[in-house]
Design a protein around this ligand. Structure first.
Ligand SMILES: [Zn+2]
Length: 319
């Protein structure tokens, strides 16, 4: 008789303190001590929300904060990528348009159902009042490829695909006039990047393109808002170093003919001193190393995580 070893996330139960702060003339950050962030742009005539929170009940708190500063309609919801923890709160905003890259749309078609079941199973605390999520998936009503601009009155908001990184469909929201970026999970701060659906080889180059925009303020996917060019540079450097360190360690292990379990153990030991204090380190590492091992061996594209594959992987690496 052997009990399944629980995901690390199941021991992660502390409620987080929410902050809602203005980071530039038109942008606000809704952050929660390392839990998923939401970025908000308040234009002349409408509000845009980037990443929705995991459930409509959780999104209701974002809406409450928005209503403390504006009564303009929430017209646009942008999905920076397809992950359930980012998209399942969308219905609460009753936005006219839900916008995502075509690559994100394709991923929702291909793996949205499995991802929903997998993410809710992995991290129950992040899906507060999961019963408020409507049946089915969150579907974009507008898709784009590469770049599109939205005009909120005179305010230009650009949606940009700068390359693959956290997922194939990553989109950032960019306010060119005030050099403010909502990065989604492409950039994290004091939080471990989840890379279970990532492209390790591409991610650093995509971060180069983020840096080339020279943001002076940035809302990362997790962690505190970065409100100076120095802080932005620190967020970019930390994310890049983590991705590069995992990649280097896994690539070397795989090249030496080691199996995933061995590569995982040695990569975990190598990275723990440098990144072990970042939130969700223990949660992310098995997924990140599994994906990286796939990428450097035989799977150019991330394999679909299902609730069953999650369990199987966790038992084989952590059991
Ligand atoms: Zn994500």
């Amino acid at each position: 008789m052997s009990a399944n070893k629980q995901f690390a996330s199941h021991a992660d139960l502390d409620e987080k303190q929410v902050s809602f702060s203005q980071i530039s003339e038109h942008a606000w950050a809704y952050t929660a001590e390392g839990d998923p962030n939401t970025g908000i742009v308040i234009g002349d005539d409408a509000v845009l929300v980037a990443d929705t929170q995991a459930t409509p009940a959780m999104a209701a708190d974002v809406i409450r904060r928005i209503r403390e500063v504006t009564d303009k309609p929430i017209r646009y919801v942008v999905l920076t990528h397809y992950h359930a923890v980012r998209v399942l709160g969308a219905s609460a905003y009753q936005a006219q348009q839900v916008i995502a890259s075509q690559d994100t749309y394709d991923l929702i078609v291909e793996r949205g159902e499995q991802d929903k079941a997998s993410e809710i199973g992995r991290f129950p605390r992040l899906f507060r009042n999961v019963d408020t999520v409507p049946a089915g998936l969150t579907w974009p009503s507008i898709t784009f490829t590469g770049k599109m601009s939205l005009w909120l009155g005179e305010l230009e908001v650009q949606l940009l695909q700068l390359g693959r990184g956290h997922t194939k469909g990553d989109t950032v929201v960019w306010l060119p006039k005030e050099k403010t970026l909502l990065s989604g999970d492409l950039v994290e701060f004091d939080a471990t990047p989840y890379a279970g659906d990532a492209y390790f080889k591409d991610w650093p180059q995509t971060l180069d393109r983020v840096a080339a925009l020279q943001p002076s303020a940035l809302v990362p996917g997790r962690g505190a808002a970065l409100t100076t060019p120095e802080a932005v540079a620190q967020g970019l450097a930390g994310t890049r170093a983590f991705i590069a360190d995992v990649y280097e360690s896994v690539k070397a292990g795989a090249a030496a003919g080691k199996d995933l379990r061995a590569v995982y153990a040695e990569t975990y030991q190598r990275l723990k001193p440098k990144y072990g204090h970042w939130v969700i380190f223990d949660h992310c590492m098995p997924f990140d190393v599994s994906r990286c091992y796939d990428e450097v061996t035989q799977h150019a594209d991330p394999r679909i995580w299902t609730a069953e594959r999650d369990q199987q992987m966790w038992q084989s690496l952590e059991g």
